[in-house]
Write a protein that binds this ligand. Structure first.
Ligand code: PMP
Length: 356
């Protein structure tokens, strides 16, 4: 154990992934070359890419209409690439606004067509997930952000809709089982639950593509990536390798079902402490609390700095809240052990008693 790493992303990775990757940096599979030195079109790397894509399909139980791509450009590129490929100039897409990341997606979509903000929790500082909304059956798609990394809210029930459902799952992908086949496109930056920064997972239904009339640049057209087996240009080799190792680890742990059990236990321990400790307070409505990013504040903000220093001494890192929300945010991604949450909770108890 190094430190208790609650970073929001890039974030903690399983030790065995780091160990394996460190060996591959020197000599990959006995090839006499580093993973950084091998050609991306060699059988050595092809096997990595194939396994990573297969593991995604298997762990998410995706049906055969889905193609799995590992792309460049972060989830932020998807904010633009999705409407470019799926939203006609004179058509409307529906978006639910649950915070900073939804807003960035909305801003890009407006460059390509009309956007209907079907619901927003902006008026209450994004402290909940909207429950009431109507989606026009004519809408090109509905976009949601399943977990709001900054505000600490999460969709616990995926909305039913007749239009294609698109989700940014950057901060809760594979943290729980879900009927992923309800979606038409799922995307996620790998740097939280799926590996290292540098690659983005896109799982897209082939049947929704090819319907817009605009010209799409080659590198931004999903169909070209599909045709080329997610190797249209040089892929982010190392990031994909780390993702493959992380998914192998996830499968060994028992997949999304096992992850959910563990993640629920971790979140319950921390939220319980937040609710009973007089010094701390949660920031979002209980039923929408995220199991990935736990955001909380102190009733005495003048003690915040001191608490952060105390945590640092206890080897607890990454719990400073996002600058927009303040306070604290503890990210409890798949790879974070339960013991780290126990250490944080002990620190909260101790600090609170000392200050009582
Ligand atoms: N969506 C969500 C929900 C995120 O948390 C983030 C990054 N924190 C992004 C999108 C942007 O991802 P990237 O930095 O990979 O573009």
């Amino acid at each position: 154990m190094k430190v208790h790493n609650f970073n929001a992303g890039p974030s903690i990775l399983p030790n065995e992934v780091l160990y394996k990757a460190s060996k591959a940096l020197i000599d990959f599979e006995g090839s006499g070359m580093s993973i950084l030195e091998i050609g991306h079109r060699t059988p050595l790397f092809q096997a990595v890419l194939d396994e990573a894509r297969e593991l995604v399909k298997e762990l998410m139980q995706l049906d055969d209409d889905f193609e799995v791509l590992y792309l460049h450009g972060g989830a932020s590129t998807q904010f633009m690439q999705i409407p470019m490929n799926l939203l006609e100039n004179d058509s409307t897409a529906s978006y639910i606004d649950t915070g900073v990341w939804s807003n960035k997606a909305i801003k890009e979509a407006k460059l390509y067509g009309f956007v209907d903000i079907a619901a927003s929790s902006k008026d209450s500082s994004y402290n909940h997930i909207p429950k009431q909304f109507n989606i026009s059956p004519k809408s090109s798609y509905l976009h949601i952000t399943t977990n709001n990394t900054i505000y600490g809210t999460q969709w616990h029930k995926i909305p039913e809709t007749t239009v294609p459902l698109i989700a940014d799952m950057s901060s809760d992908i594979l943290s729980r089982p879900m009927d992923f086949n309800k979606f038409s496109l799922i995307y996620a930056g790998a740097q939280k639950n799926m590996g290292a920064a540098g690659t983005t997972l896109v799982a897209v239904r082939k049947s929704i593509l090819g319907k817009v009339s605009r010209k799409i640049p080659t590198i931004l057209d999903y169909r070209n990536h599909i045709e080329n087996g997610s190797m249209l240009n040089t892929p982010p080799v190392f990031a994909i390798y780390i993702s493959m190792l992380t998914l192998r680890w996830l499968k060994d742990q028992g997949g999304a079902v096992a992850m959910e059990k563990q993640n629920e236990k971790k979140a319950a321990l921390l939220y319980n402490e937040i609710d009973q400790n007089p010094l701390f307070r949660g920031t979002v409505q209980k039923e929408d609390r995220s199991r990935m990013n736990v955001s909380f504040i102190m009733d005495k903000p003048e003690l915040e700095e001191e608490f952060l220093k105390f945590c640092k001494k206890e080897d607890i890192v990454g719990i400073k809240g996002h600058r927009l929300v303040g306070g604290f945010r503890a990210s409890l991604y798949n790879a974070l052990p339960y013991e780290s949450v126990e250490v944080l909770v002990e620190a909260m108890k101790y600090f609170s008693l000392k200050k009582a």
